[in-house]
Design a binder for this molecule. Structure first.
Ligand code: FES
Length: 95
């Protein structure tokens, strides 16, 4: 199990490896919003405070959108993120 924390929302959840971050956010009610859910709009931009190494690599759509937004390396699009390894991940919504 991985532990996903949203410190600014005071949320912690234990989730199995392979869980999409979007699912965790929706089930836990974290303050991150979605629109396209396809890595194209940037609505779900989050900062990975800790645990980037436990996540999948950026998808092609995500990489393109993050490049257009000019974001730093600690940013991901939550709709494209999958928890791939056991560990502790801390996430914060940007918008
Ligand atoms: S909801 Fe559009 S990029 Fe994630």
């Amino acid at each position: 199990m991985a532990k996903v924390k949203f410190p600014s929302d005071n949320i912690e959840a234990d989730v199995p490896v392979g869980t999409p971050l979007k699912k965790v956010i929706e089930e836990q009610g974290a303050n991150v919003h979605f629109a396209c859910s396809d890595g194209r709009c940037g609505t779900c931009l989050v900062r990975i405070i800790k645990g980037m190494e436990f996540l999948n690599k950026r998808t092609p759509n995500e990489a393109r959108t993050l490049e257009m937004l000019g974001t730093e390396d600690d940013k991901r699009l939550a709709c494209q993120v999958v928890i791939e390894k056991d560990g502790t991940i801390e996430v914060e919504g940007v918008y």
